[in-house]
Design a protein around this ligand. Structure first.
Ligand SMILES: [Cu+2]
Length: 125
């Protein structure tokens, strides 16, 4: 009985961690039909300083070329766009999800503490 309880306690954080992503993070390939592809690269950076995507609903893929946890959110005028957060943990992992954006200028950010340098401009036109 005690042994089962210990096992459950060990497994629980893993399950919570897996459930908190915005999409479905899996190692593999960028989904077909991806409109915007962002890579997290070593050195706490995105692969580019600016990105562009068409207005409307976009499929965003977030690729981990690094080996630590990163997130991706979209922010406009200090407000995070609701309902969209991608999360990648290990090297080669890809998370994807859709976000609908009006034309304008946005920021892409990683929300992991200490990753304030992971910032890029997203132009939606
Ligand atoms: Cu990060």
């Amino acid at each position: 009985m005690t042994r089962i309880r210990i096992l459950a306690a060990l497994l629980a954080p893993t399950i919570v961690l897996a459930a908190c992503g915005g999409g479905s993070a899996t190692p593999g390939t960028v989904p077909a039909g991806t409109d915007l592809e962002v890579h997290a690269v070593p050195g706490l950076r995105f692969d580019m300083e600016s990105y562009e995507v068409a207005a409307g609903e976009s499929l965003v893929a977030y690729v981990n070329e690094d080996s630590i946890h990163h997130t991706l959110v979209v922010v406009q005028d200090g407000t995070t766009v609701a309902g969209f957060e991608l999360s990648i943990y290990g090297k080669g992992e890809i998370d994807s999800g859709t976000v609908a954006l009006e034309p304008g200028t946005y920021e892409l950010l990683c929300t992991v503490p200490g990753h304030q340098g992971m910032k890029a401009t997203l132009t939606v036109g």
